[in-house]
Design a protein around this ligand. Structure first.
Ligand SMILES: CC(=O)SCCNC(=O)CCNC(=O)[C@H](O)C(C)(C)COP(=O)(O)OP(=O)(O)OC[C@H]1O[C@@H](n2cnc3c(N)ncnc32)[C@H](O)[C@@H]1OP(=O)(O)O
Ligand SMILES: CC(C)C(=O)C(=O)O
Ligand SMILES: [Mg+2]
Length: 502
């Protein structure tokens, strides 16, 4: 029945199992936005909702059915006529509709949820599939709590629902109970003991109560399942469902498994952010694949190894999950290689720097702050009291006169190679006068091309950050300066740019 035996179908239930999470409920337009992003990602099936549960959920399934073209749109039901009628009505506009019906399969559920017997439950399962089949061709059956169900009874149930018309049989580990070996063995048991198993696709739907959802899903497909049920960011009931991005990247990374999906992993970062924002569910920083730190290297030994050869510390390429830049995070655990990398990135020529001196000052700042940002680094580099440059110009005096009825005048002193040079200039404002005075000392044809001043946080007592771009002999150089005095910040920014080419 499958054209490609190694193709794994991706069934996304972010909008159904994911949306069951308290606080994650979405409006219909939000669901449509996510559904369109899922379509772009390349999922095969979107579980759009549980239509009987509320008029709002019913309407969402209707609207999603209209909005989405390629993926199958699936609606969940219990094993009863009312739920199935409602799902069939909600799927009226779906180009590829699927009804997902089912009932508990474990003795625990049969006895304590339904107060019933295996025989009666089997009958209800078969009846539900036959009834759903009257409306749509594509019927998925879920054997709830299959993870704890007796394998022999489960096989009997699966065989009966396939005979009744189920095209997909879902074997959920509803409570996240199984070990990967147990779950894999369960799938293999069904492959080997259900006579008509070739007439349906086996689906795996794993929960993460013991942190095993992804491992169990992989065990399931290695043993013959060909559909995975998962959510973006692993959201879902209790500890969540299998994270779509994790399984997709496992299959991409472990080529020897010889299993593949239709997923374009480059959309992961974007869709993860979208789901997290809309559902108000922050992603933990250490979350595999899409967590903030998933591709961030923060300790010196790792950073050094990574910079020498990326694969020393990366088994996946961050670009494959939609991250533009590799993350070398500067902290007090970073070494000189990482610091040098960032200084180069910010336009500094390491040949001209006292790297050891900068590193010592960096460590003092990094001990005070948890993480060193670009702005922190620029601040450190333009610190007027400590020259970062081996032979650079340093401002040793700045005296400015300005105000009403005054011609703005700057008197400056620059130190260079142990020598001190002084100049005075006037301008149309204090910064212009200072820039002119500095240029006269340097004695070169330097053009100021860009000049921006920004308060770092706000308030009149704030530190100003000045960014200047200068042009010298046809090339551009960027400089930064920081100070509570905007004229001093400007002078430092100008000198920072000049020191880069002198
Ligand atoms: C494993 C899963 O994730 S299943 C999906 C879980 N998602 C949800 O439950 C969200 C949507 N649910 C709802 O909106 C509501 O629970 C409804 C509309 C489905 C039902 O609401 P109510 O009629 O008030 O019933 P309530 O939720 O209190 O109880 C569930 C009933 O469904 C029965 N039931 C549970 N699962 C199934 C099933 N698969 N097939 C048939 N009946 C079932 C229960 O035995 C119980 O029936 P009882 O009243 O005869 O004891
Ligand atoms: C409805 C079913 C598939 C489910 O979510 C579960 O068993 O966890
Ligand atoms: Mg579930």
């Amino acid at each position: 029945m499958l054209h490609d035996p190694n193709r794994v179908f991706v069934f996304d239930t972010t909008l159904r199992d994911g949306e069951q999470v308290p606080g994650c409920q979405l409006s219909t337009p939000e669901k449509i936005e996510i559904a369109k992003a899922l379509e772009l990602l390349g999922v095969d099936v979107i579980e759009a909702g549980f239509p009987i549960s509320s008029p709002g959920d019913f309407q969402s399934v209707v609207e999603l059915s209209k909005a989405v073209t390629n993926p199958i749109i699936c609606a969940l039901t219990r094993a009863n006529k009312g739920d199935i009628d409602s799902a069939a009505a909600a799927l009226k506009y779906a180009k590829h509709p699927r009804i997902h019906t089912g009932i508990g399969a474990s003795d625990m559920h049969i006895k304590y949820k339904f107060n019933s017997t295996r025989e009666q439950i089997l009958e209800r399962a078969v009846d539900a599939v036959k009834y759903a089949k009257k409306f749509v061709e594509d019927i998925e059956f879920y054997a709830e709590d299959a993870g704890r169900a007796d394998n022999e009874f489960l096989a009997q149930m699966v065989e009966a629902v396939i005979a009744a018309g189920a095209t997909v049989v879902n074997i959920p580990d509803t409570n996240g109970y199984c070990l990967p070996e147990q779950y894999g063995a369960k799938i293999l048991y069904l492959k080997e003991n259900v006579k008509n198993i070739d007439q349906a696709i086996i689906s795996v739907h794993c929960h993460n109560d013991l942190g095993l959802a992804t491992a169990n899903t992989v065990a399931g497909i290695v043993n013959g399942a060909r559909q995975i049920e998962c959510t973006i960011n692993g959201i879902g009931e209790r500890a969540g469902n299998t994270a779509l991005e994790e399984v997709a990247m496992i299959l991409k990374t472990h080529k020897a498994l010889n299993l593949h999906t239709n997923i374009n992993s480059k959309h992961f970062t974007e869709i993860s952010n979208m789901v997290s924002r809309m559902m108000r569910m922050p992603v933990q920083p250490n979350k595999a694949i899409i967590g903030k730190n998933a591709f961030a290297h923060s300790s010196g030994i790792h950073q050094d190894g990574f910079l020498k050869h990326r694969e020393n510390y990366e088994i996946m390429n961050p670009e494959d999950v939609g991250l533009i830049e590799a993350g070398i995070i500067l902290t007090a655990r970073s070494g000189r290689h990482a610091l040098k990398h960032h200084l180069e990135r910010l336009g500094y020529d390491n040949e001209k720097l006292n790297l050891d001196d900068v590193y010592q000052r960096f460590l003092v700042l990094a001990d005070e702050k948890k993480e060193i940002s670009d702005d922190d680094l620029l601040f450190l580099m333009s610190d007027g009291d400590e020259s970062a440059y081996k032979n650079g110009y340093k401002l040793s005096l700045l005296h400015v006169i300005c105000g009403d009825n005054e011609s703005p005048t700057a008197n400056i002193k620059l130190q260079y190679n142990g020598e001190e040079k002084e100049a005075t200039a006037t301008g149309n404002g204090p910064v212009n006068a200072t820039v002119k005075a500095i240029t006269s000392v340097i004695g070169k044809n330097i053009e100021l091309k860009e000049f921006t001043i920004q308060a770092m946080h706000g308030g009149s007592d704030d530190v100003s950050k000045v960014n200047m771009r200068v042009s010298f002999e046809g090339k551009s150089y960027q400089g930064y300066g920081f100070s509570t005095d905007i004229v001093k910040a400007s002078a430092n920014a100008y000198l920072d740019a000049i020191n880069k080419f002198l």
